[in-house]
Design a protein around this ligand. Structure first.
Ligand SMILES: Nc1nc2c(c(=O)[nH]1)N[C@H]1C(S)=C(S)[C@@H](COP(=O)(O)OP(=O)(O)OC[C@H]3O[C@@H](n4cnc5c(=O)[nH]c(N)nc54)[C@H](O)[C@@H]3O)O[C@H]1N2
Ligand SMILES: Nc1nc2c(c(=O)[nH]1)N[C@H]1C(S)=C(S)[C@@H](COP(=O)(O)OP(=O)(O)OC[C@H]3O[C@@H](n4cnc5c(=O)[nH]c(N)nc54)[C@H](O)[C@@H]3O)O[C@H]1N2
Ligand code: SF4
Ligand SMILES: [Mo]
Length: 692
């Protein structure tokens, strides 16, 4: 071969495992058995449609990063110091097993708490930790950090987490509403389909408290105060009923209490909502008229607007709109929060669900801080947590009430094992650190929430050093702890095939060969035209909140403004939103050079009037504080948000703040209603001009 001719790299299919509802089909350049080149969006999946975000396109930066953990480590310095010595896998795993056995003997099995989240969304590598939990009767896990509030709010009305296919939005919708999310940052593929709609002449509305990159593309940007979407939705419904845009035939056939709803929202006019949301009456009426001008209106309900104490009520209120106009009846009409309910998967072997003992206490993921500092209410009447096994999450950065989290991790009686790809803030507190593979180095399978295709992905390159997959680590620990279950005997691929056979889906090899299996439901079902997912088949304007959780008594019976947010006060006059950054993914990619270059530094987006009041200009340090403490960020004046609303994008590493603690120092671990859920965008703060 002519030496000057470039060798074209082999292109291997994969799937993005990151915690993002896009779950993109990927084409990966494999340069050799250990090395990748560029990553591109796959064309085989028409939701991905060849488009992926910039951070994953540059995955070579992350997978071949010089700071990757390559060997098991044992702590030699004080907790949090990051001082470690290399040990063998044998020694590392034996140490973990001995520590867990000893502590369980002393306090009972509930003292051990396997703690995980969605650093990988692969069903085997993410959820296998639950099999160990259940077999060993370790404390159960109430996972609340992300979807709980949004999911409860959505399911309260429709009965199931599914909705109109987003591909319909591009083809048929005449009005597209992106509600409470910033997909330009967090789910780029929504924009592919929204822009397709816009090109056809559809109108794009974005409901977001600040002028995001997504809002900049909109025909109408509606910027309410955070935590007030319930009021906005009620006023929109008021206009829909008052101006004859409600579909009474549909309401009578498909919903539970349309007359009560109409009478109720008659008392919730735009003037009322204006005082709560800070929007003008004209803005609210204009939005309602646009939404009601067609049945082909599509609401993409994002997670962002649910991260408040009243988030479930707000999500439910928004989900009522297409039931009022009857938008569900036409192609491109309806709404979508997530599609998780469509996949016919039996995860009992992966998660050991046949061994669950419901008498074992559960603990709330988002309340890790209160739990680790031994707050009795957070421990749910059980023993202290003295053993943690952590995979796929970095709570020492991403969890609310972060000072408590860090104080807890520093406890000498707590034994912590962290299985990680990098020396994260959490790993730096561990007694044992284990090196983990990345998705291109192991097999797994993925459901998608933003689309409907189930995808299997095979290993693409060899793992560096001594990195091991999560599944292997769980099985090795099980062996040492005496945990027995069929799932510990199967490989990742065998677990996948076992699950697929039970669900009647293609086996793994066929799935890979055909580029994924589309599990989309027929139009009638996807649009709930054969009924909503309740026994009476009717959408619920009056949710049975009691069925969702214990703290339901004070919740409104019909959609409303539920006044339980951390409202601003004279002492804390600003409302803080801690939104996702474009080139970080939660705490991930905060190590890659191109992401750091783009995001620059922690910045506080402020209305120009607020900058003037505080006497700060671009780049000046601003102290942001509440009773929990303060952090410093650089002032960034920004039009398009209301005075009194401030935004800090990105879960920056703790080291990027002069205080040594990140923005989650300010966020609360108080559970949302009715059944928990983290409230990251529901914080009243004071601001001061910083020193220097
Ligand atoms: N680049 C990037 N991508 C990500 C992530 C990331 O950190 N960075 N995180 C991933 C994860 S874990 C998730 S769960 C998804 C989330 O992704 P989405 O479901 O798309 O939601 P977000 O984009 O997080 O929503 C954030 C937006 O909600 C707005 N918002 C906050 N409070 C309110 C409110 O009260 N009302 C309204 N109307 N809007 C409000 C914020 O201003 C912000 O613009 O994104 C994933 N993708
Ligand atoms: N202030 C504020 N805080 C927030 C949010 C916010 O909007 N504002 N968003 C919240 C939300 S929605 C979420 S979901 C959480 C998410 O918070 P985290 O769960 O911490 O999110 P990630 O950064 O996606 O993943 C964490 C870790 O998983 C590791 N990891 C990835 N793949 C693997 C693997 O295969 N094996 C192992 N062992 N490790 C792996 C990565 O290296 C990474 O360090 O953060 C929450 N925190
Ligand atoms: S958009 Fe989301 S799913 Fe797609 S490549 Fe980026 S992080 Fe992964
Ligand atoms: Mo999330």
């Amino acid at each position: 071969m002519n030496a000057r001719q470039p060798v074209s790299p082999e292109i291997v299919p994969s799937v993005c495992p990151h915690d993002c509802t896009s779950t993109c089909a990927l084409d990966v350049e494999r340069l050799d058995a250990n090395t990748i080149g560029r990553v591109r969006g796959g064309q085989r999946n028409d939701y991905t449609a060849g488009v992926i975000c910039e951070k994953v396109a540059r995955y070579a930066e992350r997978i071949h990063h010089p700071d990757r953990l390559l060997h098991p480590l044992k702590r030699t310095g004080p907790k949090g110091s990051g001082q470690y010595a290399q040990v063998s896998w044998e020694e590392a795993l034996d140490t973990v097993a001995e520590a867990f056995i000893q502590r369980a003997q002393q306090h009972g099995s509930e003292t051990i708490w396997p703690y995980f989240y969605a650093g990988t969304m692969g069903l085997v590598q993410r959820d296998g930790i639950n099999r160990l939990r259940h077999v060993m009767r370790y404390s159960r896990y109430w996972s609340t950090i992300c979807v709980t509030l949004a999911e409860n709010g959505w399911n309260a009305g429709t009965g199931a987490k599914r909705g109109t296919d987003m591909r319909e939005m591009g083809e048929h919708s005449e009005v597209v509403v992106i509600w409470g999310g910033n997909p330009v940052n967090t789910q780029v593929n929504v924009m592919t389909h929204a822009m397709r709609a816009k090109k056809r002449g559809a109108k794009l509305v974005v409901v977001d408290p600040y002028r995001t990159g997504t809002a900049e593309r909109a025909d109408l940007h509606v910027a309410p105060r955070p935590g007030t979407d319930g009021a906005l939705a009620c006023a929109v419904m008021h206009v829909l009923f008052a101006e004859g845009m409600a579909d009474w035939d549909y309401l009578r056939r498909y919903t539970d209490a349309p007359d009560e709803l109409a009478a109720h929202v008659a008392q919730r006019p735009p003037q009322w909502a204006s005082a709560i949301t800070g929007l003008s009456v004209d803005e609210i009426v204009a939005f309602a008229r646009l939404y009601g001008s067609t049945k082909a209106s599509y609401i993409r309900c994002h997670h962002g607007f649910s991260r408040s104490r009243n988030g479930a009520v707000n999500m439910h209120a928004v989900s009522c709109l297409p039931a009022v106009t009857g938008a569900w009846q036409v192609p491109g009409g309806g709404a979508m929060f997530g599609q998780s309910a469509i996949y016919p998967l039996d995860k009992s072997v992966i998660e050991g669900l046949d061994t669950v003992d419901t008498s074992v206490r559960w603990l709330d993921q988002s309340r890790l801080g209160p739990i680790l500092v031994n707050q009795a209410d957070a421990l749910n009447d059980g023993p202290p947590v003295t053993g943690l096994l952590i995979q796929n999450t970095n709570p020492a950065s991403v969890c609310p009430e972060l000072d408590k989290v860090l104080a807890g991790f520093a406890r000498e009686d707590l034994f912590t094992c962290v299985h990680e790809q990098f020396m994260t803030e959490t790993a730096a507190y561990a007694d044992i650190v284990l090196p983990a593979t990345m998705f291109l180095e192991h097999d797994d399978c993925y459901t998608a929430s933003g689309h409907t295709v189930f995808q299997v992905a095979r290993k693409v390159v060899e793992a560096p050093g001594e990195c091991r997959e999560n599944h292997w680590v769980i099985c090795e620990l099980a062996r040492r702890l005496g945990a027995e279950h069929r799932g510990f005997q199967l490989s990742a691929l065998e677990l996948i095939d076992d699950m697929l056979a039970k669900g009647g889906l293609w086996d793994a090899a066929t799935n890979v060969a055909r580029g994924g299996q589309d599990c989309a439901l027929p139009f009638e079902t996807a649009h709930y035209l054969d009924g909503f997912a309740w026994p009476d088949k009717r959408f619920r304007f009056k949710p049975d909140w009691a069925a969702f959780g214990g703290r339901h008594e004070t919740m409104p019976k019909l959609p409303d403004h539920f006044d339980v947010i951390d409202e601003s006060t004279p002492e804390r006059p600003y409302r803080l939103v801690t939104a996702p950054a474009r080139t970080f993914l939660n705490s991930t990619f905060t190590e890659t050079p191109s992401s750091l270059k783009r995001e620059k530094q922690p910045m506080l987006l402020m209305h120009p009037d607020d900058c003037a009041t505080l006497g700060v200009t671009e780049g000046d340090p601003v102290l942001i504080g509440n009773d929990a403490g303060s952090v410093t960020a650089a002032c960034c004046p920004r039009e398009g948000q209301q005075p009194g609303v401030v935004v800090l994008e990105g879960i920056w590493p703790n080291r990027n703040f002069g205080e040594g603690v990140g923005v989650n120092r300010l966020t609360s671990a108080e559970p949302g209603y009715p059944n928990g859920g983290a409230v990251f965008h529901d914080t009243a703060v004071w601001l001061r001009k910083g020193p220097g």
